[in-house]
Each structure stands twice: as structure tokens, then as C-alpha cells.
Write a protein that binds this ligand. Structure first.
Ligand code: ADP
Ligand code: MG
Length: 346
């Protein structure tokens, strides 16, 4: 009998992870395992008043980055940031990382040193210790796997599943810049490949390029609302685009969400450059990804305490009943269902 073959593309990333969950050991063997798969970090309780947070991410050449337009120093920085961002998304503070790399002989020692310079700068900026890793060769391509370890006070931890009806949905910073930056870089690469004499036209586009090449983890926000004595009811970081992250909160918190397009924070330079290139800014924000901002929900009481004090936090909507689903009200007052890839009209 022929074995059934399922294409990975049929399941997609989230479908595959869900399917692999059925192969988890039938039980947790250790009482200190608090939560495993499904949030931004795994949570361990090693006693005391803090949890330990652990997260890991792979970056693969030509999937997550293109060395034609990614300076290695920025790549090192970003590889650390994407992991710190997941610790921050649990309302935690990152403390250590391990760094593993697979390299082909295409790379020189100096190139790897450049990459490590970026890692060092990120560690210094976020006061994180580099405590180990692994180095191996690769037949083709550069692979980076970083694990970050952090901590959070037990009563301060925030999961994806705590959003309640009536909570205010917020995002930090602005959205869509990283995706636009990636588009600009890949367009310039095409132009260059077609005609190597052409010089890149990237002046005046520094902000989206910086958002793509050198993102930050919003530890500053977590510290700020911590100092103001509040914490979100649910949170995750925006790595895949706002639409997909809203759906994660709705699914895991068993709620719906009503989001207003007019409230979405999009930088003016990003907005204008996107329009110039016939790219709807809303698509960059909803379906772009890699902004590494935080999507979080606050009780109305907590939101009142911080709304005037945190200008970099924007209310974009409200949590509703599960039955409503996740809805985006566009500027033309049309209500569209939010889906992970684009959004479908009713
Ligand atoms: P994020 O975007 O926050 O990094 P992911 O979407 O990569 O999160 O992963 C979602 C959840 O699935 C996380 O809890 C992660 O630990 C888990 N996960 C992802 N891939 C695997 C895998 N191959 N095996 C086990 N768990 C996985
Ligand atoms: Mg995450």
C-alpha cells in the first residue's frame, strides 16, 4: 500500500506545528514545566517569585534574509532581537542567549566577525549575556539559531490567552515599515540585477530600511507600563503581521476583536512611500510582518492609567464576543473579516 504524502504547503507553518503537537510525550515529566508550545516562550517555574522564559528562532538564508542587501552586522543584531522580542512579549526581561551557526566555506572569518559584531551590540544594548552556542558547516547557505532565556515576576507574566471582552487592543510603535523596507530592498536588487550600472535609490527611505534591517525589541514599553503599575491582559509580538497576531489572540483568548483602520499607526514616510509604489499601506501593516512591535490588550481601567503617559502606545480597537470574529472597519466604514493572508469581504 502506498503511504499518503501530505505536502507541507497544504498545512502551512501553523498547521504543521499543530500536527506535530500530537507527537508530544503523553505527559510532562517535570512539575516545573508550566507551559510548552503555543505562546511566545516556554515557561518554567524553578521556585522563587520568578518564572524562567525560553524561546528559540531559526533564520535561514534566502528565506529570512538575503545577503545581497543585508549587512552582516545588522543580521547579527536582528537575529538577537527577534528572540529578545519573544521574551518581551511575555512581559519579561531577557538575560542570556546562545548562538548557533551553520556556515559554508563561502564565508570568510572577517564576514563572521562582522555578524558577531552585530550580536555583541545587541547584547550590550539589551544587557544580555552570550553564554554558548554551536558552530558547524553547511553545504549551502547560512543558518542561524538563537535561543534566548529571560525572567518575569510570576504575577507579571502575560500570555496570549488573557484578553477579555471590553479590553482595549493596543499596539506599540508603528506598523508596516519593516515590510515596506523589504520591498524597497528587493526592488532595488531587481533593478541592480537588470542593470548593474544603476545606483540604488534609497535616500529618503531610511526609516523603512532601518525597520527591516535593524529592528528593536520593545523592552522599553514593558518597563514603562511596569513602572506605571499596569500589565496587559494578553500580548504577543508582531512578527508575522498584525492580522495573523490578532487571530492568535482571538483564538487563544476565545474572543473576537473589532479593529479600526483609521487608528492603525503607520509612519508618514512609510505611508507615502507605499502609496508611491502602489502598495496599500494597510496591507503593509496588516499582512507585512517583522515590525517586532507588541500587540497587547489592556483592561479599560489600566488603559486609562497609561493612555496619556505612553505616547508610543496606540489603541486600535476593542475585544468583543467570540461570535463576532475578528473584524477590521476600513476608512470607508466597510467591515471586513480579518484573515491571516489578506482579509476577506463578507
Ligand atoms: P513566534 O512567532 O512567537 O516565534 P512561532 O509561530 O514560531 O512563534 O511558534 C509558535 C509556537 O510553536 C511556539 O510556542 C513554539 O515554541 C512552538 N514551535 C514552533 N515550531 C516547533 C517545533 N518544530 N517543535 C515544537 N514546537 C514548536
Ligand atoms: Mg512571538
Amino acid at each position: 500500500m502506498q503511504q499518503k504524502r501530505t505536502e507541507l504547503s497544504e498545512l502551512g507553518e501553523f498547521g504543521l506545528i499543530n500536527r506535530l503537537k500530537t507527537y508530544l510525550p503523553a505527559q510532562n515529566y517535570h512539575a516545573n514545566t508550566i507551559t510548552g508550545i503555543g505562546d511566545d516562550c516556554a515557561v518554567l517555574d524553578n521556585g522563587g517569585d520568578e518564572y524562567t522564559l525560553i524561546t528559540t528562532d531559526i533564520l535561514a538564508e534566502n528565506i529570512h534574509f538575503d545577503l545581497a542587501y543585508t549587512p552582516l552586522v545588522h543580521l547579527g543584531y536582528k537575529a538577537v532581537i527577534v528572540n529578545l522580542s519573544d521574551i518581551v512579549a511575555m512581559n519579561g526581561t531577557p538575560q542570556q542567549i546562545t548562538v548557533s551557526v551553520a556556515l559554508s566555506n563561502r564565508f570568510s572569518v572577517e564576514a563572521i566577525e562582522e555578524f558577531y559584531k552585530g550580536i555583541k551590540i545587541a547584547c550590550e544594548n539589551y544587557k544580555v549575556d552570550l553564554v554558548g552556542g554551536d558552530t558547524t558547516s553547511s553545504k549551502s547557505g547560512f543558518f542561524i539559531s538563537i535561543t534566548a532565556i529571560g525572567k518575569v515576576k510570576k504575577d507579571k507574566i502575560v500570555y496570549r490567552n488573557g484578553a477579555k471582552i471590553g479590553d482595549i487592543v493596543c499596539v506599540t510603535g508603528d506598523l508596516g515599515g519593516a515590510f515596506l523596507g523589504l520591498k524597497l530592498l528587493s526592488w532595488e536588487k531587481e533593478v541592480f540585477l537588470a542593470n548593474p550600472e544603476m545606483q540604488p535609490e534609497l535616500t529618503g527611505k531610511e526609516y523603512p530600511l532601518q525597520r527591516q534591517l535593524r529592528p528593536e525589541a520593545r523592552l522599553d514599553m514593558v518597563l514603562e507600563w511596569g513602572n506605571l503599575g499596569v500589565k496587559p491582559t494578553a500580548m504577543l509580538d508582531i512578527s508575522d503581521g498584525l492580522a495573523s497576531e490578532i487571530l492568535h489572540i482571538c483564538e487563544q483568548s476565545q474572543v473576537g476583536a473589532f479593529i479600526l483602520e483609521e487608528n492603525l499607526p503607520i509612519d508618514t514616510e512609510v505611508f507615502n512611500t507605499a502609496v508611491e509604489h502602489n502598495l496599500p499601506p494597510i496591507t503593509c501593516a496588516m499582512n507585512g510582518g517583522e515590525d517586532y512591535e507588541l500587540l497587547c490588550t489592556f483592561s479599560p481601567q489600566d488603559f486609562d492609567k497609561i493612555r496619556k503617559k505612553m505616547p508610543d502606545l496606540t489603541a486600535i480597537g476593542v475585544i468583543k464576543e467570540k461570535e463576532l470574529g475578528a473584524i477590521l472597519q476600513t476608512n470607508s466604514k466597510e467591515q471586513v473579516k480579518i484573515t491571516a493572508q489578506g482579509w476577506k469581504h463578507f
